[in-house]
Design a protein around this ligand. Structure first.
Ligand code: MLC
Ligand code: AMP
Length: 506
C-alpha cells in the first residue's frame, strides 16, 4: 500500500478526515471514532503547547493501555514532542534512570503508577509536570489555548524507546518518524493489513510489539482495534468467539495460555485472517497445537526495539515452524561470522544483521554504544545468533549477549545481579535463564551466601524496590561457589547446567 505520509500521525489524521465516523478504537465498551480520537489528540497537543512544550522536548507516557495513552501519543507528535514510553512495571531505580537520561519534561501517568514515580520525583529536576489521567488530565486539556500545530517532519525524532542495557543501564533507542512509517508500511504490505481489519490488541502499548506494530498498523491503514488493559486468556478467548476480529498479535506466553484455555472450552473461535507471534521464540509444539485447536498456522516474525520488525514468515506461502521467515519488503538481512564479519553461507550460524529504512538513528546520548551496533554502511548488528536456509528462511538460535527473555520481556542478568549484590547476606550471585513452560525462560539466581540464614524469599523481596516484578528471580539456589574460568570470570553456561541438573535431581 503506498502512502505518502511522513509520520504515523499524518496518516491517522488523513483517515480521520476521510472517514471521521469510522470506529478506530474500542475500549471497555466505549467506542472512539477516528474523529473523536483525533480531537482528543489535537486538544492534548494544544495543551502541551500552551503549557510550554517546545519542539523536540520529551514527554513520558507512564500509564496503562487506554485511549488516553494513544491520544497523548498522537498529540505529543502533533505538538512536535518526542514520546518516551515507559514500562508500567518499572520501579523507582528504573524510572529514575529513564526520566533522567531522556530529560523528560512532562509525564502523563495514572493513579496506579503515580506513587512509584513520586518516590523519585525530587531526583528529577527536569521533570516539570506530572499529570494523572482523570481530573488532572481534564484540567490540563481545558487549559489548551493555542490551535493545533503542524504535523511532524519525517526526519524528526518521534520516540525514545528504552531497551535494557547489558551493564544495567538501559539505553534509549531513537526512532525517527520516517523509521516508524517505513516499518509499518512494510508490515501492512507483508500482512495485507487494510482498513477492513479489526485487531484484538492486548499487548502493552509501551513496547514495540503493541505500539509500533499493533497501534501503528491500525492508524496507518485506517483500520480498527479493540484494546484491552492487559492480556487475560479467558477474556481473549471469549472475545475471539465473538467473531468480529480479523487479527490477533501475541507473545508466545499468550499463545501458551490461549491453548490452555482452549482445552477447557467446548466451543472454538472461527478462524481469523491472521494470528501473529513474536518477541520471543514460539515453540514448534505450540505452533502445531495451535494449528490443531484453532485451525490456523501462526505467522511468526522477528523484531526488536531498535528496528521494529525485521523478518517475517510469508502471508501467502509456507509458514515454517521454528523459523521467522525472511526480510520484510524493502529491507535486507544477512548472517555474518562473529569474528571476521564475513557473510556466511546458508545453514551456518552467525550474527544476524539487518539494514533498511526502518533501522533506528542510534542511542540517545550514547554515540559509543551506537557505533558498536550500527555500521557506516547501515548494517545493524542485532546481537542475535541464527542461520538462513537455502530458500531464505531465518532461524534464531541464540544470542551474542547475555539476555533472558521472559514472557516477551527482556531481562539483562547483570542488572539483577547488581541489585542482589547489594544485599549484605549475599557474597556472590550469578543470574541465568532456565527453560520455563509458561514464560519461555525464567529468571533464576545462584547465590553464594555470607549469611547462612538468608532465605529464598528474602533474596526475591530484596529486588522489590528497584526492579520490575518480571525481573525478580522466580527461583533462587544457594550454592557453595560459582564456577569461574582462569581469568576469574563466572562461567554462566556451567551455572545454568548445574542448576538444570540440580532441578532434575530434586
Ligand atoms: C508478569 N510477570 C512476569 C511476566 N509478566 N514474570 C515473568 N515474566 C513475565 N513476562 C509477573 C508479575 O511481575 C507478577 O508477579 C505476576 O507475574 C502477575 O502479573 P500479571 O501482570 O498478572 O502478569 P501476567 O498475566 O503473568 O503477564 C504475562 C504476559 C505479560 C505474557 C501477559 O508478561 C505480557 O504482556 N508480556 C508481553 C510483553 C511484550 O509486549 N513484549 C514485547 C516487547 S517488544 P509479582 O511477583 O511481581 O507480583 C519486542 C520486540 C518484538 O520484544 O519483536 O516484538
Ligand atoms: P526488545 O529489545 O525488547 O525489542 O527485544 C528484542 C529481542 O527479542 C530480539 O533481539 C530477539 O532476541 C527477541 N525476539 C524477537 N522476536 C523473536 C522471535 N520470533 N524469536 C526469537 N526471538 C525473538
Amino acid at each position: 500500500m503506498a502512502d505518502s505520509s511522513s509520520s504515523i500521525v499524518e496518516a491517522f489524521v488523513r483517515h480521520a478526515e476521510g472517514t471521521p465516523e469510522k470506529p478506530c478504537l474500542l475500549f471497555e465498551g466505549e467506542e472512539w471514532s477516528y474523529e473523536e480520537l483525533r480531537e482528543r489528540a489535537a486538544t492534548f497537543a494544544s495543551a502541551l503547547r500552551s503549557w510550554g512544550l517546545n519542539t523536540g522536548e520529551r514527554v513520558a507516557l507512564f500509564l496503562g493501555n487506554s485511549p488516553d495513552f494513544l491520544a497523548a501519543y498522537l498529540g505529543t507528535h502533533v505538538a512536535g514532542g518526542v514520546v518516551v514510553p515507559v514500562n508500567t512495571a518499572y520501579r523507582r531505580g528504573e524510572l529514575r534512570h529513564i526520566f533522567d537520561d531522556a530529560g523528560v519534561q512532562l509525564c502523563l501517568t495514572d493513579g496506579e503508577r503515580r506513587p512509584e514515580l513520586e518516590r523519585v520525583r525530587e531526583d528529577l529536576p527536569e521533570l516539570q509536570a506530572v499529570i494523572e489521567t482523570g481530573e488532572e488530565l481534564d484540567t490540563f486539556l481545558n487549559s489548551a489555548e493555542t490551535g493545533a500545530t503542524e504535523l511532524p517532519d519525517g526526519e524528526d525524532l518521534a520516540v525514545i524507546a528504552y531497551t535494557s542495557g547489558t551493564t544495567g543501564r538501559s539505553k534509549g533507542a531513537m526512532l525517527l518518524h520516517r523509521n516508524l512509517v517505513a516499518n509499518i508500511e512494510a508490515i501492512c504490505e507483508a500482512w495485507r493489513w487494510t482498513a477492513d481489519d479489526h485487531l484484538l490488541l492486548t499487548l502493552p502499548l509501551f513496547h514495540t510489539h503493541g505500539l509500533t506494530v499493533g497501534a501503528h498498523g491500525t492508524f496507518f491503514s485506517g483500520a480498527s482495534a479493540e484494546l484491552h488493559r492487559s492480556f487475560d486468556a479467558a477474556r481473549v478467548y471469549d472475545a475471539l468467539l465473538g467473531g468480529t476480529f480479523t487479527m490477533f498479535f501475541g507473545v508466545p506466553t499468550m499463545y501458551t495460555r490461549l491453548l490452555r484455555e482452549a482445552k477447557t472450552r467446548e466451543e472454538s473461535p472461527d478462524p481469523l485472517r491472521l494470528y501473529v507471534a513474536g518477541s520471543a521464540a514460539l515453540s514448534p509444539q505450540a505452533f502445531d497445537e495451535f494449528e490443531k485447536l484453532f485451525g490456523e498456522r501462526i505467522l511468526e516474525r522477528y523484531g526488536m526495539t531498535e528496528t521494529g520488525m525485521n523478518l517475517t514468515n510469508p502471508y501467502d506461502g509456507e509458514r515454517r515452524s521454528g523459523t521467522v521467515g525472511g526480510p520484510f519488503p524493502g529491507q535486507e538481512a544477512r548472517v555474518v561470522d562473529i569474528e571476521s564479519r564475513e557473510v556466511l553461507p546458508a545453514g551456518e550460524v552467525g550474527e544476524i544483521e539487518v539494514r533498511g529504512p526502518h533501522v533506528f538513528e542510534g542511542y540517545w546520548n550514547r554515540p559509543d554504544a551506537t557505533k558498536e551496533v550500527l555500521g557506516e554502511d547501515g548494517w545493524f548488528r542485532t546481537e542475535d545468533l541464527g542461520s538462513v536456509s537455502e530458500d531464505g528462511y531465518f532461524t534464531i538460535s541464540g544470542r551474542t549477549k547475555e539476555l533472558i527473555i521472559s514472557g516477551g520481556y527482556n531481562v539483562y542478568p547483570r542488572e539483577v545481579e547488581e541489585v542482589l549484590e547489594g544485599h549484605p547476606g549475599v557474597a556472590e550471585v550469578a543470574v541465568v535463564g532456565l527453560p520455563d513452560e509458561e514464560y519461555g525462560e525464567k529468571v533464576t539466581a545462584a547465590v553464594v551466601r555470607d549469611d547462612p540464614e538468608l532465605t529464598e524469599e528474602e533474596v526475591k523481596d530484596f529486588c522489590q524496590d528497584d526492579l520490575a516484578g518480571f525481573k525478580k528471580p522466580r527461583e533462587v539456589f544457594f550454592v557453595e561457589e560459582l564456577p569461574r574460568n582462569a581469568l576469574g570470570k563466572v562461567q554462566k553456561h556451567l551455572v545454568q547446567e548445574s542448576l538444570v541438573e540440580s532441578k532434575g535431581e530434586a
